[in-house]
Design a protein around this ligand. Sequence first.
Ligand SMILES: C[S@@+](CC[C@H](N)C(=O)[O-])C[C@H]1O[C@@H](n2cnc3c(N)ncnc32)[C@H](O)[C@@H]1O
Length: 209
Amino acid sequence: MNTAMKQLNRKLMVARRHGVDSVAMALAGRALQFPLALAFGGDKWHLRGFHTTNYKKVAVRLADAVPGRLEVVAEVGCGLGDVLKRIPARRRIGFDIDRGAIRWARFLQRLSPRRCEFGVGSFDALIRSDAERIDLLVMLGWFHYMPDEWIGDQMRALLASKRVRYLMVDEFPEQEGRIKRLFDAFGERVECRHDWQDDKNLLLYRCGG
Ligand SMILES: C[S@@+](CC[C@H](N)C(=O)[O-])C[C@H]1O[C@@H](n2cnc3c(N)ncnc32)[C@H](O)[C@@H]1O
């Protein structure tokens, strides 16, 4: 079978698994969001919306595994806040270094009843924020291209300045073991869920903060 046929078959399989309603929502979302991507200059990756991206659904369900009420949820590298805005919490804080994505997220926020506070920045911005305790810290879809040392330094600085109860992070298949090895130093791994679509694992850690 040639590559084009294989890709088409894969797309059909993915669409079938998500279901007709999700595919319709994703297509409508993409059509509406395309002009916003151009207007705000955010990365086109964000057109890959929630409804047909399985790891985002897994992440929202995995947040349910955190015991107790979520007062504060923070995400670093939040993009448009697709995951963040769906996690039930009293306060949601998202940071991203992509200024265009944050402007785009803030625009979408005006149309949504789910409140999030979005800011440009990374761990340094979260460290400077007024949130002292974070019930769940989310970091998805970008650690695979950051060096171990950088991740380690950022996590140590964050955990020294904030009380973090749980954290969620993902690990790509071609790097299996890397994120686990890094994060096992920062907490106890309590859940690992597999995402069938991107073949990655989502890990939940208890940090005890
Ligand atoms: C693949 S997207 C995932 C977005 C979001 N986490 C999600 O799953 O929907 C990765 C995001 O990480 C952001 N990012 C990359 N490096 C970053 C850094 N050093 N600090 C904060 N955000 C970063 C990118 O701008 C991008 O929006």
